[in-house]
Design a protein around this ligand. Sequence first.
Ligand code: NDP
Length: 309
Amino acid sequence: MNKIRNVIIIGSGPAGYTAGLYAARGMLNPLMFSGYASGGQLMLTNDVENFPGYPKGINGPEMMMELRQQAERFNCEIVDKNVDSVDFSSRPFKVIVAGEEFQSRSIILCTGAEAIWLDAENEEAQKGRGISTCATCDGAFFKDEEVLVIGGGDSAMEEATFLTRFASKVTILHRRDIFKASSIMYKRAASNPKIEIKPFSQIKKWISNEQGLIGAVLEDPRNNSIEEIKATGAFIAIGHKPMTEFLNNQIEIDHEGYILHKEHTMTSVSGVFAAGDVVDTRYRQAITAAGMGCQAAIDCERWLEDNAQ
Ligand code: NDP
């Protein structure tokens, strides 16, 4: 495994698996480090209804398994480990995984983005004791209980709608009355009898006892008035941050940490490409990530042809 590879793909998810599929079919013998929690954000998504080719929708983890199998069918080598660090200062590039060094002529970064926490008072102590960022993972623990969902985007609408399968009541708390969510997802949530949408509500503090979460103190940002709400579960759905810390500033990123493309899908380091949510601040869809993974593999293949070492 320690020969110089043509391409190492870091991260899985729709971008990584599609890059792996294309690179493998391009006879580049790609090696992918998919991460311990391979599959990315879609492993935490329940129904994917907007990926073409699945007219009845598909469960996120099932779809990731199919993308993975498709890449493996063409001999994309997949290792379920995290990359600890990289060295892009000279070629071949170096990738360090659990103390072992791997070398590669090119790299495709597809590490995606992870959930952001609110960091309200008492939040740290209640993580996993009532407060979660993943309804698909933890929703079933709240059967017949009242839960909160924080956020006003598609994630919040999706989490809230999903949670009505278990919870007796779901309250969506949003800090203003304008919602980023698409109108179809907003309407679906708003018309669900188990969901209440409460705008102008910011979490000031989580309230808990020995058993776990019991509610939250809310603040209205218009006049700073305070009220309490009861809930035994809370799901934070306020967006994601890109997983770029392990790159240690060796490629150009924007102020939020998203990787910048310099030429098509190539980053500021020649031979290092990036695709998916780790780059995308605008679309962030499974289908756009998959498309970008395809672009990165094609760009990488062409770059390797011109830069044979
Ligand atoms: P968004 O950025 O769309 O929405 C984040 C929400 O969280 C906003 O309403 C924002 O408020 C709020 N927020 C952010 N920070 C805070 C804070 N500190 N305190 C309180 N509220 C905060 O993120 P999403 O994760 O919802 O969606 C990301 C992308 O993924 C979108 O493109 C979306 O369409 C897509 N997506 C698609 C799905 C699907 O089609 N099945 C499912 C889920 C996501 P404000 O509006 O005030 O900024």
